[in-house]
Design a protein around this ligand. Structure first.
Ligand SMILES: C[S@@+](CC[C@H](N)C(=O)[O-])C[C@H]1O[C@@H](n2cnc3c(N)ncnc32)[C@H](O)[C@@H]1O
Length: 307
């Protein structure tokens, strides 16, 4: 990303806020108004709040322009799993220009900085990422499966925390996201420890077959699963993993976004099987890159078949 483009991206919130105020002010002063006065006053108020927030140096996350842009494009995000303004590809460019090659700590630092100062991204983030790190440190897993790679941030964290001979298989159904993640992982020097597989466990068996035939998934071979993909797929995909018999007693499933946006079916399932099939710890945290909205991460240990 060129320096000028970066400055524009960084200041885009201030520009957008000012444009909103100016546009509303012009229309309020004009004799012909296409929208009611209260709408224009609201727009002017919002523009002022956005501008002040961006200039404050410590912006409130929900008034950040990059966050509001993401909310406005939430339909695109929900269907394509990219915000639609090029921010995911911009992250890979940013990492390649600013992070020390081969230094996973530095790449994680640069990704977090990008999300806080340039564009909000739906990574697990640093606060919930630390919960994932702890689980990996404690368990020392050899084979890890992630559902939902996005730009590779959580895969980087797992690769950093896992033993030297361990391997992450990360499933991502958007090929463009998979490519971005591969660039980020390669820059961090962990591409040989993380395999990004384009697909989804719900594609009729093709991805499950590839994990079996090409990546050596066997009964009892999977130590840790990180669920961070479509929320309505958590439970069916966990059931597919159980049906394959890949888990062993002691395997751990870590699941993000239990409170926000919420995964009620998965949460109820874990409650219903507490102490028979699973033993679950609830970790309270916040939605990524802010401290207002709360979230919960579940860490569930598989106990084996119930009697
Ligand atoms: C919240 S993001 C993952 C963030 C990532 N784990 C991180 O913390 O860096 C969700 C990702 O899951 C992918 N996804 C959504 N549904 C999926 C599915 N059924 N199978 C595989 N990937 C899926 C989306 O394309 C998106 O990239």
């Amino acid at each position: 990303m060129g320096a000028a483009v970066k400055q524009v991206r960084k200041r885009s919130g201030t520009f957008a806020g000012c444009a909103l105020v100016a546009g509303a002010a012009c229309m309020l002063g004009s004799p012909v108004r296409p929208v009611p006065r209260w709408v224009l006053w609201s727009a002017a108020g919002l523009g002022t709040a956005i501008t002040a927030n961006e200039l404050s140096g410590k912006p409130v996350p929900f008034l950040r322009w990059s966050f509001l842009r993401m909310v406005m494009r939430s339909k695109h995000l929900a269907t394509e799993w990219q915000v639609g303004d090029g921010r995911e590809a911009a992250l890979a460019d940013h990492v390649e220009t600013h992070a020390r090659p081969g230094d996973v700590d530095d790449v994680i630092r640069v990704v977090d900085g990008f999300c806080r100062h340039y564009s909000f991204l739906i990574n697990v983030g640093d606060e919930k990422g630390a919960i994932l790190d702890d689980a990996v440190h404690r368990l020392q897993p050899r084979r890890l499966l992630e559902l939902g790679t996005y730009c590779g941030y959580s895969a980087l964290r797992m690769a950093r925390a896992m033993p030297a001979d361990a391997h992450v298989y990360s499933i991502e159904f958007n090929p463009a996201n998979a490519e971005i993640a591969r660039r980020v992982l390669a820059h961090a020097g962990v591409a040989h420890r993380v395999t990004v597989v384009v697909g989804t466990l719900g594609d009729g068996g093709e991805t499950l077959r590839r994990l079996r035939d090409e990546h050596g998934f066997r009964a009892g071979s999977l130590d840790l699963v990180f669920l961070d993909h479509a929320k309505d797929a958590y439970l069916p995909d966990l059931q597919r993993i159980l049906d394959e018999g890949w888990l062993h007693p002691g395997s751990v499933v870590v699941a993000d976004n239990i409170r926000f946006p919420g995964v009620p079916a998965f949460h109820s399932y874990m409650r219903d099987h507490e102490d028979t099939l699973w033993r679950t710890t609830e970790h309270r945290a916040h939605v990524e890159y802010q401290s207002l909205l709360r979230d919960v991460v579940l860490e569930s240990t598989y106990l084996g078949h119930s009697a």
